[in-house]
Ligand binder design. Structure first.
Ligand code: DUC
Ligand code: ZN
Length: 459
């Protein structure tokens, strides 16, 4: 037994001074301050005075061991989940991908195989659908039955689907009760712009990356996705929202009754496209899709979290080393897209969001944990400090200070996008199902992770 004494327990709705008693893997009791509390003699007591207790963070958007752009992400399930738990994330949902030629079921089995050994936080996968046919249609139900209740579709890249296919996926998910995320960018516009940039001899410039993926390409795709969802009559999720133009499309769609949820990522809340103008090849570290945007977009996204218009902040963790990024030295289209983020999300969002007064600690809890668990079908097992929930607990010191540096990170990536960034609010201890998994940025007990069967999303 563990007795967390004297902290403040945070949920999406309120913060309550309370003690928490954990028995084995579960939370046995939450005892509000002032109520009679008996500390069992066998319990280890952890002094949480002055600390915030959050339900373990959930990152529902990672890419571990993904083969893409002629290489493979430098973080696999072992290193990626170790990085996650070191930063307070006790569960990840990875983007399992049906590679061309595989059935959905084979894609799922292959992905879960990657997670067999040495996984340090709890995990699940979404299934990215790349081949839509009768078999995939049937297997959507199999995925649901296996506890993989969420999907992903792409409007760009080589696994992009046609509007017709996406519409049919949404119709099917309406029947089975699943939800899909979508990578919204207008592929045609991007392709044409890329050809122009190549003709103009701009293939070696990192800045060509963001200039060929304008916010209008994202906003148009979000608009189309919303229309498909409206007529298919199916709730949907827009992943990695980056810009005000896209947010306005979501607002307009909600006005007409479309049930669309939105995710953004720490990089879109903290960095802008001036990073692509850095000298030499330095900007390649920040190449991701959709790309970083402007200061006004950063402000719009924070305001949207505070207004409850954005439901989740996950990372799109897709890490490549500086050496791997060099695949695109001669052609910006070949720079592997993505950045690390799973390790720093909690502290960066607390520091930039809560400590700077942009969002409340309850909103922080909502977008990092509770909403994620609800939307992706694992609440209240995950995403809550409630009696009966898994004892996934993050002890965060709101006054704690640290400086982010690649030298100390657990991820296998050799750089940190936030190198040198000063943080206020540090993750001190991380408990995964009642075991102390990490403390002060280091993993103490690796390989504790287990597959989480998820139910239908709570929409
Ligand atoms: N964007 C990236 O930058 N990397 C992985 C997938 C994605 O959508
Ligand atoms: Zn992604």
């Amino acid at each position: 037994m563990i007795y967390f004494k004297g902290g403040t327990v945070v949920s999406a709705r309120k913060s309550v001074p309370a003690d928490v008693l954990v028995d084995g893997e579960k939370i046995l009791r939450v005892i509000p301050a002032g109520e009679p509390a008996e500390i069992p003699a066998e319990a280890e007591v952890i002094d949480c005075t002055g600390k915030l207790l959050f339900p373990g963070f959930i990152d529902a958007h990672t890419h571990f061991d993904l083969h893409v752009a002629g290489t493979v992400t430098c973080d696999d399930f072992a290193s990626g989940t170790a990085a996650a738990v070191a930063g307070g994330t006790t569960m990840i949902i990875d983007m399992g991908t049906q590679y061309k030629g595989e059935t959905l079921r084979e894609g799922m089995q292959n992905w879960l195989e990657k997670a067999k050994d040495g996984v340090s936080c709890d995990y699940s996968i979404h299934m990215s659908i790349s081949e839509w046919n009768e078999e995939a249609r049937k297997q959507c139900q199999d995925m649901m039955d296996e506890g993989v209740s969420t999907f992903k579709v792409y409007m760009t890249y080589d696994i992009q689907m046609t509007d017709k296919e996406i519409f049919e996926v949404l119709r099917r998910l309406r029947e089975v009760g699943g939800i899909t995320g979508c990578h919204c960018e207008n592929a045609g516009m991007i392709d044409a712009l890329r050809e122009e940039f190549l003709r103009d001899g701009k293939e070696k410039e990192v800045r060509s990356h963001y200039l060929t993926r304008p916010p209008q390409a994202e906003a148009e795709a979000i608009n189309r996705y919303c229309s498909l969802a409206q007529i298919a009559d199916c709730p949907v999720m827009d992943v990695h929202l980056t810009c005000e133009e896209g947010l306005n499309e979501i607002r307009a769609a909600r006005q007409r009754g479309v049930k669309i949820y939105a995710e953004t990522c720490p990089q879109y809340l903290t960095m802008d496209d001036s990073l692509y103008e850095l000298p030499g090849f330095e900007g390649a570290k920040y190449v991701c899709a959709p790309p970083l945007r402007k200061k006004k977009d950063i402000d719009a996204l924070w305001a949207a979290i505070a207004a409850g218009e954005i439901q989740t902040v996950c990372t799109d963790h897709c890490a490549f080393t500086t050496e791997q990024k060099k695949l695109g030295l001669d052609d910006f289209r070949k720079i592997p897209g993505g950045m690390p983020g799973v390790e720093t999300r909690g502290e960066v969002i607390f520091s930039e969001g809560v400590a700077k007064g942009r969002i409340t600690q309850e909103q922080f809890c909502a977008v990092l944990s509770e909403n994620v668990a609800r939307i992706y079908g694992c609440y209240p097992q995950k995403g809550a400090i409630l009696e009966g929930s898994d004892a996934d607990i993050v002890i965060l010191n709101p006054q704690g200070k640290k400086t982010i540096t690649a030298a100390k990170q657990v991820s296998k990536c050799d750089y940190a996008p936030y190198e040198g960034k000063e943080i206020t609010g540090t993750v001190e201890q991380v408990f995964l199902r009642g075991k102390k998994a990490a403390a002060d940025g280091a993993v103490l007990t690796p390989s504790l992770g287990r597959f989480v069967r998820r139910h239908k999303p709570e929409l």
